[in-house]
Design a protein around this ligand. Sequence first.
Ligand code: CUA
Length: 164
Amino acid sequence: MRQGSGFTIYLYELAWILPSIAIPVGMLAALLVTAFGAGIHVPSVAGRVDPAKLAETVPFDTPGVVQTGPLSYEVRLVGQIWVFTPNEIRVPVGSTVVFVATSRDVIHGLFIPGANVNVMLIPGQVSRVKTRFDRVGEFFIACHEYCGIAHHTMGGKVIVEPRS
Ligand code: CUA
């Protein structure tokens, strides 16, 4: 059997070294594009609250939907075993909605498939996430952090209505 020449070995080395550079560079590029181009990022802590005093803490003392401008709304949402308050949210199509949310007891999740909302609700911590509802219809709200025996029943919906 013919032994590989020095040049062949050099080619094999290149075949391993180049992907080991190209793959991390590609991943970094994907990260930068999603973070700055597509605006996808990890939601940060938007504040702290005492979970035992939510009833006296603005804005969680009045959970619900508040209009903050033309086609812009704020949803003040509290998760607790095993309900979201509010659990039915109505906004007109094209609305920008900021969810300001927290948990009263254990860790819950706030996940709205199709609406770019996916945050954890951690007792003591305020989660803030902004999205826009561009199509009429119903969006399911799910708790996606296991929070006990009835976790699977914890849900709600966003109803996006046509503009009148
Ligand atoms: Cu709340 Cu799972």
